[in-house]
Design a protein around this ligand. Sequence first.
Ligand SMILES: Cc1cc2nc3c(=O)[nH]c(=O)nc-3n(C[C@H](O)[C@H](O)[C@H](O)COP(=O)(O)OP(=O)(O)OC[C@H]3O[C@@H](n4cnc5c(N)ncnc54)[C@H](O)[C@@H]3O)c2cc1C
Length: 509
Amino acid sequence: MSYGVVWFKRDLRLHDHAALCAAALEGPLLCLYIIEPSLWQQPDASSQHYHFVLECLQDLDDALARRGGQLLVRVGEACAVLEELYRAAPFAGLYSHEETGNGHTFQRDKDVALWCQRRAVRWREFPQTGVIRRLSSRDGWAERWERFVAQPCLPVPPLRGRPLPLPLQPWPSAAALGVFPFDPPARQCGGRRRAIVVLRSFIEQRSTDYRGGISSPLSAPTACSRLSPYLATGCLSLREVLQATLRRLDCLPEQNSRQRQGLQAFISRLHWHCHFMQKLESEPDIEYCNMHRGYDGLRENEMDASRLAILMEGRTGWPMVDACVAMLNHTGWLNFRMRAMLVSVAAYPLWLHWRPVGLWLARAFLDYEPGIHWSQLQMQSGTTGINATRVYNPVKQALDHDPQGRFVRHWLPALRQVPDTWLFEPWKMPPALRERYNLHENVYPAQPPVELDSATRVAKQRLHGLRKQAAVKAGKAAIVTRHASRQQSLGSVTPTRADAAARQLDLFA
Ligand SMILES: Cc1cc2nc3c(=O)[nH]c(=O)nc-3n(C[C@H](O)[C@H](O)[C@H](O)COP(=O)(O)OP(=O)(O)OC[C@H]3O[C@@H](n4cnc5c(N)ncnc54)[C@H](O)[C@@H]3O)c2cc1C
């Protein structure tokens, strides 16, 4: 008897799973996850991503077992595994969610489509976010997003399993797969059960601190939702998170304006999630090339590898930057503002191209989501052609978001005794004081690699010089048509003052 194969990718849940529901309607099904060695060997992957996914798979398998089912995990390249499965027990349909992944998964999906054609297997793909395939223009995108997220979440369907046609295989270690070894000791753990605990604690309590709490790296770890890795691996669907938030808003008394505002601002972020992913979906090349090709050649040929190395090691000599790198290495997470600051420092004073910086951060961020990541990297580096230049001065960021130096002192023990006067600019300390606080070069850099203000000024001048050129100006219109937001409001979902402010600040572009 024929059956359908549900191919789990970045949708590691049973709830609100369109592909699973469609397969269940047709008859018996088999749930498959493929551990693809070539995918895990890509330069944007690290062992924290792999271990997190394994935790999610364990949880998914448990959820299936509770319904009398089982997850088949196979190791191999996608087409080879599908062929092996087909030979063991031919199947008529393949069901999955659409994936807006990196270039590797884009090519892999094209190969899988060809394989399906050859074997006359019908491959049905379903959207799982508000991202739209084959979108010709951004006109009307926000309205379509609203319609998508307003649809009811799909319950787990009754599952008719079938015996596994192939044996289970042991899950290889990250080292055996050749995954880049980076797994921070305090990263979040994977799986839907954990995701639900995090979601509940946020919408019920922590969201009270969202407005006003998300910019400082001191308050952000608890004030932010911390849902990003669960959204990136699909332990939770974006729609269910949004609807749970709206339900909570419905129950909150009007006078609880602080939490209400927090939840509304959070909903705006869920909109951005898809808005940014849509850019990569519509133009997969932005993973590798400048969104505005008029900026080609700006930084590529001047890459100073030693500057990238000190940034990655957290030894720039700018304490706020180095403290963020230390936190990232320990937790796999940073809040938005500190991510933006790291990229700004890389792109302007250090004059580094966004691609190698982005690969390092992709491995370092547990929540790596290619569509958001590469769009943000380009936006913060000034190569989209449609966004205002954003430059985050690390000394100002420290003064604004860590005025007492608690964050810097926590993550940089070498600077703990340094008085406030010098803490954010230790290179200005008189040598005798450096000596007194034991700040030798091997403990903490005596000087940053460049003088911050002048290097930033020169970088901005170069970028703006290019921006003024007629050919570069001419290229802007096409990018606006393809990628910029047309959003006037979030309609029935969240018409908030925060959105209006965000639009003024050009955050939606
Ligand atoms: C250079 C750079 C790279 C980034 N790379 C990623 C990435 O790979 N994966 C990722 O999920 N986010 C990325 N972000 C966006 C943002 O920093 C993270 O989503 C956020 O810090 C995750 O923590 P949270 O879930 O607690 O955020 P919350 O503030 O609670 O936000 C909730 C959700 O909204 C979405 N979101 C929030 N901010 C943004 C934003 N600015 N753009 C798009 N979506 C957003 C995310 O899905 C997030 O999980 C990046 C930002 C920058 C500046």
